[in-house]
Write a protein that binds this ligand. Structure first.
Ligand code: NAP
Length: 270
């Protein structure tokens, strides 16, 4: 059966007017798409990541659209880098309204084939950094009487996949951490939710050799095969996840906290 085509979006700009938003891992993929969208909605966007050149390219793209953005080089497995990012934002802007904990890594392996190093690195970045960044921003959000945190989990935080033990463990932890933190801060006007994307095409898939080649034909063919296994007949696009994150970041989701918003083309309904 034919796949459902991605829609063309109409924007209703201004939903994040005047907000300061931090997106961890904004140099590519879902983080980059979210940075571009947040800026179109009026936010001043701070993105982080390790790849300097890509970070600067995203800032240039946002500025070319008339937006405001800053790139701060940071490795979120490093506690000092995390602290410096938050301190710099507070020093420069005096507040932080939105934190999107997006930086993450996918490493495959069964329980037996996962190395100690892959286990520790995945949990350091996918779980500990989410806690660490939240812990750093919460005092400022409390002092300014509100804020929003969105954690990028995964559909594999809710259901499991084969050969992905540490990734599934990490994303399941993100879902539960989101719920627990949401309860602790609900009376402080700090909303904390998770987005659970399903398979979403990002450049990394090409770089990691997920397809038979890196040319557009090989990528198209690979995406078609992957998509055929999914209810909507296609994988997601980074912009489709960004729109769900925007919903969670904006006042449109004002009565939501502790929720997991699944954006997976029906995958977890199967
Ligand atoms: N794509 C999917 O199908 C999918 C599905 C479910 C969930 N997700 C989640 O979505 C999030 C974003 O992934 P993506 O798919 O958009 O892939 P991606 O393009 O590889 O993005 C990962 C981002 O994380 C950053 N990052 C990685 N390690 C970092 C570190 N140690 N310190 C700071 N930043 C780091 C990367 O920046 P640098 O390399 O510049 O550091 C990059 O900006 C992840 O949490 C992932 O688990 C993705």
């Amino acid at each position: 059966m034919a796949a459902v085509s991605p829609p063309t979006f109409r924007t209703r700009p201004g939903r994040l007017e005047g907000r300061i938003a931090l997106i961890t891992g904004g140099t590519s993929g879902i983080g980059k798409a979210t940075a571009l969208l947040f800026s179109q909605e009026g936010a001043t966007v701070v993105i982080t990541g390790r790849r300097l050149e890509l970070g600067q390219e995203v800032v240039a793209e946002i500025e070319a659209q008339g937006g405001r953005a800053v790139f701060l080089a940071a490795d979120h497995t490093n506690a000092e880098d995390c602290r410096q990012v938050v301190e710099r934002i507070i020093a420069d802007f005096g507040r932080l309204d939105i934190l999107f904990n997006n930086a993450g890594v996918v490493l495959s392996g069964t329980a037996e084939s996962t190395s100690e190093e892959d286990w520790s690195h995945t949990l350091d970045l996918n779980v500990t950094a989410v806690w660490r960044m939240s812990k750093l921003v919460l005092p400022y959000m409390r002092a300014q009487r509100g804020g929003v945190i969105i954690n990028n989990a995964s559909d594999w935080g809710l259901v499991a996949g084969k050969n992905a033990v540490v990734y599934c463990a990490s994303k399941g932890a993100v879902v539960q951490m989101t719920r627990a933190m949401a309860l602790d801060h609900a009376r402080e006007n700090i909303r904390i939710n998770a987005v659970c994307p399903g398979d979403t095409f990002v450049e990394r898939w090409v770089q990691k050799g997920y397809f038979s080649g890196t040319d557009s034909g090989a990528v198209e063919a690979g995406l078609q095969t992957l998509g055929e296994a999914l209810p909507m007949g296609r994988v997601g696009q980074a912009d489709e996840i960004a729109r769900a994150v925007l919903f969670l970041a904006s006042n449109d989701s004002s009565f939501m906290t502790g929720a997991t918003l699944v954006v997976d083309g029906g995958n977890t309904a199967m």
